[in-house]
Write a protein that binds this ligand. Structure first.
Ligand SMILES: Nc1nc2c(ncn2[C@@H]2O[C@H](COP(=O)(O)OP(=O)(O)OP(=O)(O)O)[C@@H](O)[C@H]2O)c(=O)[nH]1
Ligand SMILES: [Mg+2]
Length: 490
C-alpha cells in the first residue's frame, strides 16, 4: 500500500468536437462539463477523479480540443527546432483566436499533467480522410507522452465492421512509436466490459509506482463493474421469478372448457382476454421496474418510458394476424380433435405454447388458442400461468434489454428505450436460449411447484449469471479475462 495518495493521470485529447466530454461523462457516470455538436465547447481543462482504491487515484482530464487552425501552423512547427516550446510561448487571445488558444491549452495539459494520453478519433470517417490527426499525434510525439488511441462515433456495435475499423486505424498509426495501442470506446454504445482496457493499457505503458497504481486501479475498476453485474443478475432473477410464479384464477370453468367453447363458437373469450390482459399488465410493470433498476445500477439518468409497457406487450404477444391465417388453413381439423385435447388439458399435462406448427400437429385446440394470441396454460389449482415457450420469449426480451442498458453510455444523455437492436445481439441471445432450452424448461417447472420454487432464486441467479457471461464473452472476446479476474465472480 502506498504511504500517501499516489496515482496516475490520464488526459483525454482529440480534435475538437470528437467526443472527449461525452466519453468523460460515460466513464465518470455523471454529467460533467458541456456536450454539444460544435467546435470548442470545452475551453478550460478540468480534472475529475476516475477511480480511487487503496490510496491510489486515477485522475481524468477533459481538455479543450485541438482546433482546425493548428494545421495552418504545420509548416512553421515542423521547421522549428522546438515546436512545442514555440506553441506554448505564443500569446493568443482566448476570444479572438479561440481555436489556437484551445489547441495551446490541450498541449499544455499533455506536457504538464498527462502520464498517458487517451487520444480519441472520430472513427465514422476512414483514417486517410482525417488529415489533422497526423499533425496532432506528431505534436504529442514531440512531447513524448505515451498515447492510447480510442475510436468513438463507431455507431451500433458490429463485430466485423468494428474489427475492420480498428485494423484500419492500427495500420494508420503503425509507424508511430508513441501510439501504444488502438481500441474502440464509443461514448454512446460502448459496453461496460470494454472500459477497464483504458487502465489495463495504461498499466502496460507505465513503469514503477505508476504501473503499480494502474494495475491496482484496473482491478478496482473491474471489481466495481462486476459488483454492478452481480446486482443486475439479482434484479433479473427477481423479474424472472415473478414471471414464473404469476398466476390468475380461472373463475368458473377450467381452461379446457373455455378452450372448447372457443373452438365451438369460433370467437374470442372475454374471460381469457381479461385474464391475459391482467397478466400482461403485471409482466409490463415488472419489466419496467427491472429496467429502471438496471438503468440506475449502471449510473444512467432517466427511466424507461411508459411506452415500454406497450412495446413489451407487442413484442411478447404472438402475432395474431399470422396465426389467424394459419388457423384458416387447418379448417375442419380443429373441431375434430377438440375432445382428446381437452382431456389432456384436464389431466394437467398439456401446455399450449410450443409454437403454432407443433400445436397444429398435436391438435386443433392448441392451434386455436395460439391463433387467438393466448399464452397461458392451466396450473393444478384451476388458475393459469404463462406457457413455457412464452416464458422463453420473455427471457430473451429481458436479456436484450439488459444488453441495451449495458451498452448505453451516459455521455449519450438520459436513457431512451431501444428502438432496434444490433443483429449480432439477437443471434447470440437466440443461440444461448436455444442451448438452454432444457434448463429453462426445468426453471419453468419449478415455478409451479412449491418444492421447486423454494430454490428458484438460486437456480435463476445461476442461469442469468452464466448466460450473461457467455453472451458478453461472445460479444467481447477481448474481455474474456474480466470475469476470471474479478474477486466477486465465484
Ligand atoms: N455517435 C456518437 N456521438 C458522439 C460520441 N461522443 C460524442 N458524440 C457527439 O459529438 C458531439 C461532440 O461531443 P463533445 O463531447 O462535446 O466533444 P468534445 O471533444 O468534448 O468537443 P470540444 O470540447 O468542443 O472540443 C456531440 O454532439 C456528441 O453528442 C460517440 O461516442 N458517438
Ligand atoms: Mg468537450
Amino acid at each position: 500500500m502506498p504511504s500517501s495518495n499516489q496515482g496516475i493521470v490520464l488526459s483525454l485529447i482529440s480534435h475538437t468536437n470528437v467526443g472527449k466530454t461525452a466519453l468523460a461523462r460515460t466513464l465518470l457516470r455523471r454529467d460533467v462539463g458541456e456536450v454539444a455538436d460544435s467546435a470548442h465547447v470545452t475551453v478550460v481543462p478540468e480534472a475529475y477523479p476516475l477511480i480511487e482504491n487503496d490510496g491510489f487515484t486515477a485522475r481524468l482530464w477533459d481538455t479543450p480540443g485541438f482546433g482546425s487552425n493548428l494545421a495552418k501552423l504545420a509548416k512553421r512547427l515542423r521547421s522549428s527546432k522546438n515546436p512545442v516550446g514555440w506553441i506554448l510561448h505564443q500569446v493568443w487571445d482566448r476570444n479572438r483566436d479561440k481555436s489556437l488558444w484551445c489547441s495551446q491549452e490541450a498541449i499544455k495539459n499533455v506536457q504538464a499533467e498527462a502520464d498517458v494520453v487517451l487520444y480519441l478519433v472520430d472513427a465514422s470517417q476512414p483514417p486517410e480522410t482525417v488529415g489533422f490527426v497526423d499533425l496532432e499525434i506528431e505534436i504529442i510525439e514531440w512531447i513524448g507522452k505515451p498515447v492510447l488511441v480510442f475510436l468513438n462515433q463507431t455507431g451500433q456495435p458490429d463485430q466485423d465492421r468494428d474489427a475492420k475499423n480498428e485494423q484500419a486505424w492500427r495500420d494508420h498509426f503503425k509507424d508511430r512509436d508513441i501510439v501504444k495501442n488502438v481500441g474502440i470506446l464509443d461514448a454512446f454504445t460502448r459496453c461496460w466490459t470494454q472500459e477497464h482496457h483504458i487502465l489495463k493499457q495504461a498499466a502496460n505503458v507505465l513503469t514503477g509506482d505508476r504501473k503499480r497504481a494502474a494495475k491496482n486501479l484496473t482491478q478496482a475498476w473491474i471489481n466495481r463493474n462486476l459488483d454492478i453485474f452481480s446486482q443486475s443478475v439479482g434484479t433479473m432473477s427477481q423479474w424472472a421469478k415473478l414471471a414464473l410464479t404469476d398466476t390468475e384464477p380461472l373463475v368458473k370453468q377450467g381452461l379446457a372448457d373455455k378452450l372448447r367453447q372457443l373452438v365451438i363458437r369460433a370467437e374470442r373469450n372475454q374471460d381469457l382476454d381479461r385474464i391475459q390482459e391482467a397478466m400482461y399488465q403485471r409482466l409490463a410493470d415488472n419489466t419496467a421496474t427491472t429496467v429502471n433498476e438496471l438503468i440506475s445500477l449502471h449510473g444512467l439518468d432517466g427511466e424507461t418510458a411508459t411506452k415500454l409497457a406497450q412495446t413489451s406487450r407487442d413484442e411478447l404477444t404472438i402475432k395474431r394476424d399470422i396465426e389467424e391465417s394459419l388457423i384458416a388453413s387447418v379448417g375442419g381439423a380443429v373441431s375434430g380433435l377438440v375432445a382428446g385435447l381437452s382431456a389432456d388439458l384436464i389431466s394437467g399435462g398439456m401446455t399450449f405454447g410450443g409454437g403454432a406448427i407443433i400445436g397444429m400437429l398435436l391438435g386443433g385446440a392448441t392451434t386455436f388458442a395460439l391463433a387467438r394470441g393466448y399464452n397461458l396454460t392451466q396450473t393444478q389449482n384451476n388458475s393459469v400461468r404463462w406457457t413455457e415457450s412464452h416464458f422463453m420469449t420473455q427471457v430473451k426480451f429481458v436479456i436484450m434489454l439488459y444488453l441495451a442498458v449495458a451498452h448505453y453510455g451516459r455521455g449519450r444523455g438520459a436513457w431512451q428505450d431501444p428502438v432496434n437492436n444490433p443483429a449480432r445481439w439477437e443471434t447470440v441471445v437466440d443461440q444461448e436460449i436455444e442451448k438452454n432450452q432444457k434448463r429453462l424448461s426445468e426453471l419453468w417447472k419449478r415455478g409451479s411447484s412449491a418444492s421447486g420454487s423454494a430454490t428458484l432464486d438460486a437456480h435463476l441467479t445461476q442461469f442469468f449469471k452464466e448466460s450473461l457471461k457467455r453472451i458478453l464473452n461472445q460479444l467481447y472476446p477481448d474481455s474474456i479475462d474480466l470475469f476470471k479476474s474479478g474477486h466477486r465472480t465465484k
